[in-house]
Ligand binder design. Structure first.
Ligand code: ADP
Ligand code: F6P
Length: 505
């Protein structure tokens, strides 16, 4: 694993996110610890392995579950400490399900008609952001760097300053940032934009998201001055200065590749292929979320079977979904819609010895996931909108035989990044996706190898370790409160180093 140069931070990095990498779930005999799903938890956990620090977040469940002993146990085999922020039932309903996932999530994914702009949610969002701010203030010293992650915590910079945090602070948005026509629908757009500018560094997944953010500033906050620079921009608002950059997130390529090569994974993958009688295996892996385009994907697969009858009996879609945000009505409907479509397609096409869609509704363990990635001939990643989509990158990293083809949505951050080796599709164009599946199923071995080799080079180069390194190197030496603990000018040196490396990619 490449070492992350954080020499310009004297103290620790304190990661703050809504979710911790572990999830404490109630069951009949008490509580058990599970791995959290989702890109943020997977990426940070992989990138932070062997690094000291603190990770502050919610461990799932409610305060009456005694999480501390379980957290202490889970911290024991990690290099960093886990610290939990307990959420009450009401906070979970109005902050997590409500403001974060019924307002910001759909809005930032360009789906404003799915938003429920309940003012009580806003009250609770402010309250819980203050709560995270207080817990961070109890932990951070001015030599530390506080790195806040994602849309649940956009008000924390202000909350932390109020609670006495003097460390420099950064924010990374793991999901897309919408354009001004969508963002301005948010009743609380001004306080959110202003609070974001309280951070010393803000990071986005793509230049497109960063461009949307600066367009929102230009339209809604014209007093903010945008200074263009390379590789990052700076925004000045009153006495504050914020670095605004693009930092595409990645996966731990070496770890995925090494694990995928293990004999047990190879045997498991061969067993999956044997059971599918050597059919072309198309794989979808997602959280069960309406942004992932699962119904659209199923309709595209149905169109493939209708348009190309010669493929019937020879191609199988394995769709794995992990249950997600099940208390929210939109997610309940989605589950019903997906299950109905799966049964309709299977009802229409199943023949003795062949079932077209295999539907798995659970969180796969890492080994099983790797076995599916290796077994698949086609990785079908077609979100309607996605910040990055790590499944696309994990699929490539695990393709050590270079025999798989990646079909990826042009609306995922990973789409433009991987376009040179993948087949790029519009997930709303079922005919285009069906044609892409047909082409991938008939692609000559040499072309597949050539494309996958290219993809694996990109994924290897844009690893999660590089993501962390480049974000930390963007912290300005003048960052609020933190300049005392930092070597003046070092961040600038790092920036120049980064710029050189990026231009040589
Ligand atoms: P998001 O963050 O929106 O969930 P990503 O594709 O970026 O989307 O990340 C999803 C992460 O969750 C990946 O690391 C993936 O391996 C994991 N994941 C998704 N579905 C499953 C599943 N059914 N079983 C196990 N892991 C899953
Ligand atoms: O990567 C996007 C992300 O929204 C994370 O912020 C989040 O933790 C994850 O997906 C899964 O969602 P949830 O935390 O609601 O289960």
């Amino acid at each position: 694993m490449t070492d992350i140069k954080t020499t310009d931070i004297k103290g620790r990095v304190i990661n703050v996110s809504n979710r911790l990498p572990i999830l404490i779930r109630k069951h009949a005999g008490g509580a058990r610890v599970e791995r959290s799903s989702g890109g943020l938890a997977t990426a940070l956990e992989a990138g932070w392995r062997d690094r000291p620090g603190v990770w502050i977040g919610w461990a799932g469940g409610t305060p009456n579950q005694h999480v501390d002993p379980l957290l202490i146990k889970a911290s024991r085999n990690r290099s960093y400490t886990l610290r939990s922020v307990a959420l009450t039932e009401e906070e979970i309903a109005k902050f997590y399900s409500g403001f974060a996932n019924e307002i910001i999530w759909p809005l930032f994914h360009d789906m404003p008609s799915r938003c429920n702009f309940d003012p009580e949610y806003w009250e609770m969002y402010q309250r819980v952001n203050r709560k995270f701010g207080k817990v961070t203030a109890e932990t951070a010293t001015e030599d530390d760097f506080v790195w806040v992650h994602d849309y649940h915590l956009m008000l924390t910079a202000d909350a932390m300053r109020q609670a006495g945090v003097r460390a420099p602070m950064g924010f990374f948005l793991h999901i897309p940032f919408p354009g001004p026509d969508v963002f301005e629908k948010l009743p609380w757009k001004y306080p959110i934009l202003k609070s974001l500018l309280e951070f010393d560094v803000i990071g986005f997944q793509s230049d497109h998201d960063r461009g949307n953010f600066t367009s929102c500033l230009e339209r809604l906050l014209p007093e903010a001055v945008i200074e263009h620079g390379s590789p990052h921009l700076q925004v000045r608002l009153e006495a504050r200065r914020t670095v605004v950059g693009t930092f595409p997130i990645g996966v731990d390529f070496e770890e995925f590749a090494q694990q995928a090569a293990r004999p047990e994974i190879e045997a498991h993958s061969a067993e999956i292929r044997r059971r599918l009688s050597g059919d072309v295996l198309v794989l979808g892996v997602d959280r069960l979320d309406y942004t992932k385009g699962i119904p659209e994907r199923l309709k595209s697969f149905r169109l493939l079977l209708r348009r190309f009858p010669e493929l019937r009996g020879h191609i199988t879609l394995v769709q794995v979904v992990v249950p997600s945000r099940e208390e929210i009505p939109n997610y309940k409907h989605l589950r019903r819609e997906v299950e109905l479509l799966v049964s309709q397609i299977n009802g229409e096409f199943t023949e003795p010895g062949w079932v077209p869609v295999h539907y798995i509704h659970r969180n796969l363990g890492r080994e099983e996931l790797l076995a599916y990635y290796r077994a698949a001939d086609i990785g079908l990643v077609t979100p309607l909108k996605d910040g990055m989509n790590l499944v696309a990158k994990e699929f490539c990293a695990a393709q050590i035989d270079e025999r798989g083809v990646l079909i990826v949505s042009e609306f995922a951050g990973a789409g433009p990044e991987l376009r040179s080796g993948a087949i790029l599709v519009n997930p709303n164009d079922f005919a285009e996706v069906a044609q892409a599946l047909h082409d991938a199923a008939h692609m000559p071995v040499e072309e597949k190898r050539c494309r996958m080799r290219l993809l694996r080079e990109i994924v290897k180069d844009h690893s999660v370790q590089r993501w962390i390194r480049s974000f930390l190197q963007a912290i300005p030496a003048t960052a609020a409160g933190g300049s005392k603990g930092r070597v003046p000018g070092l961040a600038l040196v790092c920036d120049i180093r980064m710029a050189k490396r990026q231009s040589s990619v």
